[in-house]
Design a binder for this molecule. Structure first.
Ligand SMILES: Nc1ncnc2c1ncn2[C@@H]1O[C@H](COP(=O)(O)OP(=O)(O)OP(=O)(O)O)[C@@H](O)[C@H]1O
Length: 397
């Protein structure tokens, strides 16, 4: 990975990072960069001890650029995750807009070296695969200063699939097929490069453009190559012959073997099966509402994932085609050796049923031609994504 060293710039801190002033007042909450202020404050609290300060400072002399503020101006906030905040940023030279994920180098209770290793892994694995698929958010460059790492990447303007679910409700079978086909292509590129995505869920796939009616757009399947973009490589891992043991991801999407701490690439296909179930049914197999999911302990989720039936005798499942049902069940197969791989799933008759010849010969569902889908151009600002809850909350357990 080549990220040349540039000279060090000012850190992003907008407030004193120590002393009583760093507590945020009400007026700070109204500040347009409130989210940045928050992570500045959190990091400031975490770097109190001299030992930690020294460890963090030593990381600045890395291979990452240290000039984010010189090159980019920070724009509106577009999302937050467990650790990072994401803003639009503009390259001052080219005026091109990107997204920047700003991640603190020090997280509460986590060893700074461990955090840095995690950040380096996220960037390395994203770099490994992002140039190989239009369906993976492109990695532009990486910067760091004393307290933060800045991952500059392609800007996705159409919201994530979880936001679509929350706004429009469950997807039609056809819209689900369009999404699933694109996701499988992305997964197959990652897997052929030995990269486990590790946190597959609707919140981690975004529409690159905004559409007036996104579900109609997905149903029309005339969106073109790379309309969907995978984000968040924070849980990704390089996979070799030895099984992985570290449980990472979002519990309700984790595979049975991930809970058993002995898993390979197939774990991603289970998560995708869970996502397919959710897109079609608007709920998870084990609990009816998001609220019910939230109240479950990790042990309860694990028990359900390992043992409970996956019901298909109600509501939308009664009208889903037998091919759709078969794909979902092929992904949600508890024995990973019997589970469909990404390549096998791409050849599943369900895609033939929906897209005719185009899916079977390895092409995307029809792109180009008559296009009655109107992206909203230029993209107007959108609200921030919802955050909390078991659907989004991620754990490394
Ligand atoms: N490239 C992008 N373009 C536009 N918005 C983005 C982009 N990447 C992330 N976002 C927004 O920011 C949110 C948080 O990003 P992301 O999930 O990568 O952060 P994270 O801290 O790793 O979160 P998580 O809790 O899932 O680990 C996303 O849900 C999405 O709404």
């Amino acid at each position: 990975m080549e990220f040349p060293i540039l000279r060090q710039s000012q850190p992003v801190a907008l407030l004193p990072t120590h002393g009583p002033q760093h507590r945020l007042s009400k007026s700070h909450r109204k500040h347009p960069n409130y989210s940045v202020l928050r992570i500045v404050r959190c990091a400031a609290e975490a770097v109190k001890t001299q030992a930690v300060k020294t460890q963090v400072a030593s990381r600045v002399a890395s291979t990452w650029k240290s000039s984010f503020r010189e090159r980019y101006s920070l724009g509106r906030h577009v999302g937050s995750g467990s650790y990072g905040v994401v803003h639009v940023c503009t390259d001052e030279e080219t005026r091109q807009k990107y997204a920047v994920k700003i991640l603190p180098k020090v997280r509460n209770k986590q060893q700074p070296q461990k955090t840095m290793k995690k950040l380096e892994r996220e960037v390395t694995l994203m770099a490994r695969v992002s140039r190989q698929s239009t369906g993976i958010t492109s990695l532009i460059d990486v910067h760091e200063d004393k307290n933060y790492v800045y991952i500059v990447m392609g800007l996705n303007e159409g919201g994530d699939l979880e936001q679509l679910l929350e706004t429009y409700g469950p997807f039609s079978e056809r819209a689900t097929a369009t999404v699933m086909y694109e996701c499988l292509k992305i997964i197959s590129v990652c897997h052929s490069n030995g990269v486990l995505l590790g946190d597959i869920k609707p919140a981690n796939f975004m529409l690159r453009q905004r559409y007036r009616d996104p579900l109609k757009a997905l149903e029309s399947e005339r969106l073109g190559e790379g309309f969907l973009s995978a984000i968040d490589f924070g849980c990704s891992q390089a996979v070799g012959p030895a099984p992985l043991a570290r449980r990472t991801g979002t519990p309700v999407y984790m595979s049975p073997e991930t809970f058993r701490r002995e898993y390979h690439l197939e774990a991603d296909l289970w998560s995708l099966g869970m996502m397919m179930y959710q897109l079609i049914a608007g709920r998870f197999p084990f609990w009816a509402s998001v609220e019910q999911c939230r109240t479950r302990s990790l042990e309860e989720v694990m028990k359900a994932v390992i043992m409970e039936d996956i019901p298909v005798d109600y509501g939308p499942w009664l009208s889903v085609s037998s091919e759709g049902l078969s794909l979902m069940q092929g992904l949600l197969t508890r024995d990973p050796t019997q589970r469909l791989t990404a390549v096998e799933a791409l050849e599943h008759p369900w895609f033939q049923r929906h897209f005719g010849g185009s899916a079977g010969d390895g092409q995307a569902p029809a792109s180009g031609g008559r296009n009655n889908i109107v992206p909203l151009m230029p993209a107007s600002p959108r609200g921030t994504s919802s955050e909390a809850g078991v659907l989004r909350s991620k754990s490394a357990v």
